[in-house]
Design a protein around this ligand. Structure first.
Ligand SMILES: [Zn+2]
Length: 232
């Protein structure tokens, strides 16, 4: 089973390249492998996401020591991800990115979840960490970030980007894909309109439930089919 996790971990990096969710060799994904002693897969450091493969992805133990993988991770990846895995253990996958619309929203400082079907899936599930990360060795700050995302799916990092969580690799990927779209529609709306209408909250809650209980897995399987047919 753990081989399947490795394969899927690689695939979401390739899909992210295809969907333009990457920033060269920056950014990182982590996934805590079920039924292990908190072993976590990480994106290898300084490696373009299109070149991520089953040999170079890094597996770390609970203390951050390398168990497997040809490449080391970026040290900041462990500092950001590990406290969040500890505080939100059900969210096994974390994706940290700096895509244009997510980063613009982190600068703006507000995210309206009642604008579109894309944003609805994040209703009551978003936090903002409103302190700019200046000193990457400040361990206390990473603990505060983890506290800030506790119980939530998304954490926007001030003027920086976001961390998106999922119970599974597929769920985290779909949430990341849709968060960038949702932020794009918010940015375009704010740019074009001084006033706008919101979707009623009762409908937003239904759309969110339907997404995670029904659509998410189907959408992700559709992406996997595309990957098998076009990208391999
Ligand atoms: Zn970052």
């Amino acid at each position: 089973m753990s081989d399947e996790y490795y394969k899927l971990f690689v695939v979401i990096h390739k899909l992210a390249v295809c969907h333009n969710l990457i920033e060269g060799v920056w950014n990182h994904v982590s996934f805590e492998i079920p039924n292990t002693k908190n072993h976590i897969l990480f994106t290898p450091g300084h490696t373009h996401w299109d070149l991520v493969n089953e040999n170079n992805i890094t597996t770390l133990d609970n203390e951050g020591s390398i168990i497997a993988g040809e490449n080391k991770i970026l040290p900041v990846a462990w500092k950001i991800h590990k406290p969040i895995h500890s505080i939100n253990p059900d969210y096994r996958c974390l994706i940290h990115i700096h895509t244009p619309y997510i980063t613009s929203t982190s600068i703006y400082g507000e995210f309206e979840t009642r604008l579109t079907q894309h944003s609805s899936i994040f209703h009551n599930d978003v936090s903002f960490f409103n302190e700019y990360i200046e000193n990457i060795d400040d361990t206390e700050m990473y603990e505060l970030m983890a506290e800030c995302i506790k119980g939530k799916r998304v954490l926007f990092l001030k003027n920086h980007g976001a961390i998106i969580s999922g119970f599974t690799l597929g769920e985290a990927y779909m949430a990341t894909y849709l968060l960038e779209k949702a932020c794009m529609y918010q940015c375009l709306t704010l740019n074009q309109n001084s006033t706008y209408q919101l979707i009623p909250e009762s409908i937003v809650i239904k759309m969110k439930d339907n997404f995670f209980n029904n659509l998410c897995e189907k959408h992700f399987n559709g992406f996997l089919e595309y990957y098998k047919n076009k990208l391999t």
